[in-house]
Design a protein around this ligand. Sequence first.
Ligand SMILES: [Zn+2]
Length: 392
Amino acid sequence: MKLGRGLSKIKCGLLLSDSRLMRLVFGLCFVSLCVSGTWAAPKQLRFNQQGQFKILQVADMHYADGKTTPCEDVLPSQMASCSDLNTTAFVLRLIKAEKPHLIVFTGDNIFGSDATDAGKSLDAAFAAAVNSGIRWAAVLGNHDMESTLSREGVMKHIAGMKNTLAQLNPSDAPGIDGFGNYNLEVGGVQGSILQNKSVLNLYMLDSGDYSTDPSIKGYGWIKKSQQKWFRRTSRALKGEYHREPAPQKHAAPGLAYFHIPLPEYSSFGASNFTGVKRDPISSASINSGFFDTMVRAGDVKGVFTGHDHLNDFCGKLGNVNLCYAGGFGYHAYGLTGWSRRARVVQATLGKMRNGGWGGVESIRTWKRLDDSRLSTIDVQSLWTKRRAASKF
Ligand SMILES: [Zn+2]
């Protein structure tokens, strides 16, 4: 792949000595903080004056103890100088290059069994996002709770961090399964007719870790209580979008982020997806029906997971795109010579007949590789609104 060709000139930190890597990380931190000086963290997520909202998805950082934690599946020549700090350097490069409006971490943020202190590991793993001043969110994977904090403790710690929009759980769903179920609303452009409406809805869910039912083996799944909360939230958001002022005919599009892929990710053949499928689809061994629940709700256009580090594809099943981000972290299994990567999603608003910004008109995605050029690959359209709907 691209990593192979320019190894001697690579500047992503992977081949740099420890001291040079430290300088790069601090240098990028400084650049990032300078850049962030112009992006005051907004009180509320909203589309910018250019009618765009961009989300950076970081899957499977597998962060442990930082500089002393070695990398996995990198070239032998890279091993000596490679650590968790390479993961941090990659986050910083992406922030500088993409300038996202939101960063979403989709679980296995830390690799608990190798993290000496879960709190310190979480602080280090999210430091680049925290210091950037950009709003960020996170959900849990199946490895986050294997250190010194419980699953609830990890999510509480994350929800208490600076600049995060992560929540332990919704206040209107007592007894909901899991930790880290919440939704985020993205408002229309300031000054536009939709400034006080959520024109893009983000659903964050805890897909669990492992089955707790002895008769069912394997990974966890999104439970009925979570689906009930999702249905209710989706319905309420649609109701608000349809109401005065500026009532909208269709639902605002939604995107769902969680860790473990749904069984429906196995629906794609050899050619009807974009990207790479090198891992088996490691979903739960039962189907809890969340895909069908989303189809019935009708608003979710894309699902974004991690978990299978060597899968980075997007495939469309019905009207829902099922996407992986691909493995990100250097202390995570990967494939030697295959660049670590991240997914970007950008939603763009349409114009009303009066020239003002309206609702979301299109959603696109691409991936970025941690190679010398931070290559952009697999640019694709996920969703486009039918034009008939703009009334204003
Ligand atoms: Zn993982």
